[in-house]
Design a protein around this ligand. Structure first.
Ligand SMILES: *Cc1c(COP(=O)(O)O)cnc(C)c1O
Length: 400
């Protein structure tokens, strides 16, 4: 086993060697522009792009591969879905419904749309991070044009009731967009069965390359029309101009194909490891709390709060050997706790001490066991130095 261990698969996934292998020829021999249809260099590139498009369409059960529009990633797909619908259907209405725990690329796009005359309802979530369907129903007005709810959350892994949301959207003739960057390739997704009209995907969350993603845009029942963000040569049916990144697209397609084939078995294995990690930690430590839903959850996500430790010190103690993510947005100068945990009602002190463990395709049992050992060790050490923890423990013992 090599250190450090990678336990941050919701942040990004390593590229699968099979994906890299599929991409390589397109950086060397097959370098043509997929738009140059008049010679074999372009033709070969275009053929590869269309195979990839079909592989991605198949992963989410889209009825035509033309419903897949390549973008630079889920951030762009979310922007294209929200702004594209907003601009195209402005005459119909100016109301959008989303949730408080969406990825920033949805939330910030909604904030922007509010500055140009749209109204956005940010649905709250319950303790497990799930929206309330009756609240969604009550939020719909005759001005609502879009419901945007993520399939799986990137911090707490919560899986939203997308089929039910799709049904509600359909009942009201509203489009349903779902950010499935975390869900695709990990859990079964079916745009037909789930009534999804637009779906955002990202290759680097499913063992593909970074900088490539897609937006599924439904063509029939109902047909979704979109205003483009990027104008130019009319690529991707005019929805996203710019020369296609052929090697990345081929990698994305291969990644999707592997996920489709191996998803069931892989999910079972990863879920087993996730439960092993959870039990291993909670058996040896008191006052550890699970954030999110115990059942309605991505197999590879475990988000725990450790009471009576200092968040930053905990993270520092772990991350030299185990790469994890914290519940604080310490990317910026401020140490605000995660807005997702806040929306769940997790108390601020606990939000500060939360750790997201992201297990993935290449996680091993040995790595899980090492992580357990390391986390338990660090938390015990920090608590041993905490006067509050000692007092509370002594009081608990005295009560018994
Ligand atoms: C990673 C992620 C995104 C952003 O995807 P990029 O391809 O990195 O732009 C959007 N939504 C969710 C839920 C994500 O996990």
């Amino acid at each position: 086993m090599k250190l450090p261990i990678y336990m941050d698969n919701q942040s990004t996934t390593p590229i699968d060697p099979r994906v890299l292998e599929a991409m390589e020829p397109f950086y060397r021999r097959i370098f043509g522009n997929a738009a140059s249809r008049n010679h074999s260099f372009g033709e070969e590139a275009l053929d590869a792009v269309e195979i990839a498009r079909a592989q991605i369409a198949s992963l989410i059960n889209a009825s035509e591969s033309e419903e897949i529009i390549f973008t630079s990633g889920a951030t762009e797909s979310n922007n294209l879905a929200l702004k594209g619908i907003a601009e195209m259907y402005r005459e119909k209405g100016n109301h959008i419904i989303t949730t408080q725990i969406e990825h920033k690329s949805v939330l910030d796009t909604c904030k922007f749309l509010e500055t140009v005359g749209f109204q956005v309802t940010y649905l709250p979530v319950g303790r497990e991070g799930l929206i309330h369907l009756d609240m969604l129903r009550r939020s719909v007005t005759n001005k609502t044009i879009l419901i945007s709810v993520m399939s799986a959350n990137n911090e707490i892994g919560t899986l939203q009731p997308v089929s039910e949301i799709g049904t509600i959207a359909k009942e009201h003739g509203i489009f349903f967009h779902s950010d499935a960057a975390q869900a695709a390739g990990k859990i079964p997704l079916d745009v037909q069965a789930m009534g999804m009209d637009l779906v955002s995907l990202s290759a680097h969350k499913m063992y593909g390359p970074k900088g490539i993603g897609a937006l599924y845009v439904r063509k029939r029942n109902p047909r979704v029309r979109l205003a483009p963000l990027i104008h130019g040569g009319g690529h991707e049916q005019g929805l996203r101009s710019g020369t296609l990144n052929v090697p990345a697209i081929v990698g994305f397609g291969t990644a999707a194909e592997i996920c489709k084939r191996e998803m069931n078995q892989e999910a079972k294995r990863i879920l087993g490891f996730r439960e092993r990690l959870k039990t291993g930690i909670t058996k040896q430590l008191d006052d550890v709390y699970l954030n999110g839903s115990p059942e309605k959850r991505l197999p590879g996500n475990l988000n725990l709060s450790f009471a009576f430790v200092e968040g930053e010190t905990l993270l520092m103690g772990i991350s030299a050997e185990v790469a994890v993510s914290s519940g604080s947005a310490c990317t910026s100068a401020n140490l605000e706790p995660s807005y997702v945990l806040k929306a769940l009602g997790v108390p601020e002190e606990l939000a500060h001490t939360s750790i997201r463990f992201g297990l993935g395709r290449f996680t091993t049992e040995e790595e899980v066991d090492y992580t357990i050992e390391r986390v338990v060790q660090v938390v015990k050490k920090l608590r041993a130095a905490s006067p509050i923890y000692k007092e509370i423990r002594q009081a608990a013992v005295a009560r018994k």
